[in-house]
Design a protein around this ligand. Structure first.
Ligand SMILES: *Cc1c(COP(=O)(O)O)cnc(C)c1O
Length: 452
């Protein structure tokens, strides 16, 4: 990877890369929106996406040879940056033995053991191939175990694209959910109740409205898909108490927070244990993996030891298991959390200074927990999705492009988190903060976000 992008590279970036442009033209003819997952198309910030060619550590290189300091990091898996040596070595060992067997392997047993020893509430685990599959399966288990059909989720909480989760809030807490996408049947959406994040009172009212009907409350313990929104003190304990009192299961979706906030994820950091936990991202070390787990009693209800069905041809895939073992092994040998907190604190300090010198402290909010953070273009302490949505996303778009032109790749959407890895250096962070200062200038020079 080459070093810092200079003025010439910046000019090229502003003009857009020739190869990426050509690839995007071909891609849009062959794939909806030109991408395999919507956020990658830059639809919410405008302009065209660049195509990735290679990643190493904190750097991402695009098809036109431009290098970025990468804060997307594949949306979370790369706790140690792109392709750390121990993942590369594990994968080359694994691939010589085979890519998939359709029979159980020792790798699964070892990774399951690691997960159970790290995540406090997990005694048994089932491996799947994505976070979406993990949350869908956890909900099926919750329904199977309780004999109830309704689930409750938080507004702005993201749990993958399962029908049960693509639901938006109705007009009141006690209302039925509204299908969040064509193709989600109303009958399915009607089984999901949506409550605001950080509002235990709303969850209590949902239990009053649907006595004996709620199978589970699923929540990101640290919300990171509405931008980073930390739990208020006492919130997680309150939802733990409410679910228990009402005979419903508490599901922590730790697909992002798992292994990122602590070896045992958010449940370890905040000291509240759910009944079921969903995992993904870091667990796969960059390969497609998800998992869900909980007590032996609950997990034994899954087929073939129990009646709740769930299966997968490539589940427990040996390459993915090797990558996961490499990641969790590294976490155990060299815990990255102190380093990530130091880097996070430096980033926060620098961003806050940039905000102050741009004179926009009353117009933006920077929220951070450990290696996750978000810069919102709205004032105040944002504690739920209604508040987060007051962010001026047009201004974020201008800011995003200004950062990109300066060689910093932020998520191409306001409500995605910035991901730090241990591969980011203090120099990367200093440079990023300088560019935040310049880009805030660009964002606020335009009258209202500056329509891209
Ligand atoms: C990414 C994510 C998912 C979905 O995982 P996929 O692997 O994209 O299917 C679920 N829950 C949370 C909290 C996530 O961040």
């Amino acid at each position: 990877m080459t070093g810092e992008p200079g003025r010439r590279a910046r000019a090229r970036a502003a003009a857009g890369g020739v190869k990426s442009k050509a690839l995007f033209r071909r891609a849009t003819a062959l794939m909806p929106g030109g991408v395999s997952s919507p956020v990658r198309s830059f639809a919410s910030v405008g302009g065209e996406p660049f195509f990735a060619a290679a990643g190493r550590g904190a750097r991402l290189r695009d098809a036109d040879g431009r290098s970025y300091i990468d804060y997307v990091q594949s949306y979370g898996p790369h706790l140690f940056g792109h392709v750390p040596l121990f993942v590369r070595n594990a994968l080359s060992r694994a691939i010589r033995r085979g890519t998939s067997f359709g029979a159980p392997t020792e790798l699964e047993v070892r990774l399951a053991g690691r997960v159970a020893s790290m995540v406090p509430s997990i005694e048994m685990v089932r491996f799947v191939s994505s976070g979406t599959e993990a949350t869908m399966s956890a909900i099926r288990l919750a329904r199977g175990a309780t004999g109830r059909a309704r689930i409750v989720k938080t507004d702005g909480g993201y749990h993958g694209h399962g029908d049960a989760f693509l639901v938006s809030a109705g007009s009141g807490v006690a209302t039925l959910g509204i299908a969040g996408s064509p193709g989600v049947p109303d009958a399915s959406a009607a089984l999901t109740t949506v409550v605001p994040y950080n509002d235990a009172g709303a969850l209590a009212r949902a239990f009053e409205s649907f006595p004996g009907e709620i199978a589970a409350f699923i929540v990101e313990p640290l919300a990171a898909n509405m931008g980073v929104v930390p739990p208020r003190p006492g919130y997680l304990q309150a939802v733990r108490d409410l679910t228990r009192e009402n005979g419903a299961l508490l599901v922590f979706d730790e697909v992002i927070s798992g292994f990122r906030l602590a070896p045992g994820g958010a449940q370890e950091r905040y000291g509240v244990l759910p009944d079921l936990t969903t995992l993904g991202k870091i667990l796969g070390g960059g390969l497609p993996v998800g998992a869900y787990g909980g007590s032996r009693e609950l997990m034994s209800r899954m087929a073939p030891s129990g009646p709740v069905y769930q299966a997968g041809t490539l589940s427990g895939n040996p390459l993915a298991m090797e990558a996961g073992l490499a990641m969790l092994g590294e976490i155990a040998r060299r815990p990255p959390y102190a380093r990530l907190e130091t880097l996070g604190a430096r980033l926060e300090e620098g961003v806050r200074e940039a905000i102050a010198s741009a004179g926009v402290a009353d117009r933006v909010t920077y929220q951070r927990v450990a290696s996750l953070s978000t810069l919102f273009f709205a004032p105040g302490d944002l504690h739920d999705f209604t508040a987060a949505k007051t962010s001026d996303t047009a201004r974020y778009a201008t800011f995003f492009h200004a950062m990109r032109e300066r060689g910093i790749f932020l998520p191409p959407a306001q409500f995605e988190a910035w991901f730090l890895s241990t591969a980011h250096t203090e120099a990367d962070v200093r440079r990023t903060c300088r560019m935040v200062g310049e880009s805030l200038g660009a964002a606020f020079a335009a009258p209202e976000g500056g329509g891209r």
